[in-house]
Design a protein around this ligand. Structure first.
Ligand code: SAH
Length: 270
């Protein structure tokens, strides 16, 4: 009896050990699945598509799809009609102008930080301001506030020549290299204070200012051609500003219209 009893005890002990092993294997497998899931989630967080499509990988074709949706859902949907502007917005790779850390936000409906406390404007605002300029293919345009170079690249597809001024040396140099690499050879970047314009290349058919000025800089009005148009946000720093359209008629009479409320980084002075 004793022996049988011992055998029984032995038998049950082995069974307990095997149940324990199964239990541990099961827990370990679950832990592996949970940890891998968490790692995958964190990995994919950096690869979230601009339109919220969490599984899409940010390769070029995904960016192109996001860009198409950006044009349809943010820009055309809100009333921008100019076909040339819509085409330019669809073809310029906005993500190339945005630093890696914030690149996944490239096609979001919002401004995105580009370093040095500056931002690349919301896609809709870029398109809206560009449409307001009504620039033709033979036009020479001045931009104040090069930033990433994105607005300059959009303009480069639409006009003959773009002169763009950036006050922050590093941003200007980076934008210059980027535009060169991308083949926009009708854009010239200057580091300096855009308040003063670029008299050597004036007068301009159109002027676009992408930082908010407290008043409209007189040198820019002077450098606008008769018949020309200037788009500029005007208002106090970090407040809501007015996006103004300034037109100079054939007799050089200047007309100022307030178009929509906007919020831009301030126009700095040197
Ligand atoms: N157009 C840019 C974004 C503009 S952000 C783009 O497409 O990315 C505004 C830019 O204006 C910033 O880069 C800022 O450094 C620049 N800026 C501010 N004051 C300026 C001035 N007086 N002259 C030239 N650039 C200026």
């Amino acid at each position: 009896m004793q022996v049988i009893s011992d055998a029984k005890v032995g038998f049950f002990s082995e069974e307990k050990i095997s149940v324990k092993i199964n239990y541990m294997v099961c827990i370990t497998s679950c832990a592996v699945v949970i940890i891998s899931g968490a790692i995958l989630l964190m990995w994919n967080k950096n690869k979230v598509s601009a339109m919220g499509d969490t599984n899409s990988v940010l390769d070029e074709s995904s960016f192109a799809r996001q860009r198409k949706r950006m044009v349809e859902e943010q820009i055309a949907y809100r009333g921008v009609k100019d076909k040339r502007v819509l085409e330019a917005m669809e073809s310029v790779p906005r993500h190339v102008f945005i630093p890696e850390e914030t690149r996944s936000y490239s096609y979001y409906d919002q401004p995105v930080p580009i370093g040095f406390g500056q931002t690349i404007s919301q896609p809709y605002i870029v398109a809206f301001m560009t449409e307001l300029l009504q620039a033709g293919s033979d036009d020479v345009v001045l931009e104040v506030g090069t930033g990433s170079g994105y607005q300059a690249a959009i303009l480069a597809r639409l006009v003959k020549r773009v002169y763009t001024i950036e006050i922050v040396n590093d941003l200007g140099k980076e934008a210059q290299n980027r535009l060169k690499t991308l083949g926009y050879d009708n854009v010239e970047v200057m580091i300096g204070d855009g308040y003063k314009g670029w008299p050597e290349h004036a007068p301009f058919d159109a002027i676009i200012v992408t930082a908010a000025a407290e008043h409209i800089p007189q040198p820019l009005i002077d450098q606008l051609k008769p018949g020309g148009r200037m788009v500029i946000p005007v208002g106090r720093v970090y407040a809501v500003q007015d996006l103004m359209l300034i037109t100079k008629d054939a007799s050089s009479k200047v007309i100022k219209e307030s178009i929509i409320p906007v919020r831009f980084v301030p126009l700095l002075r040197k």
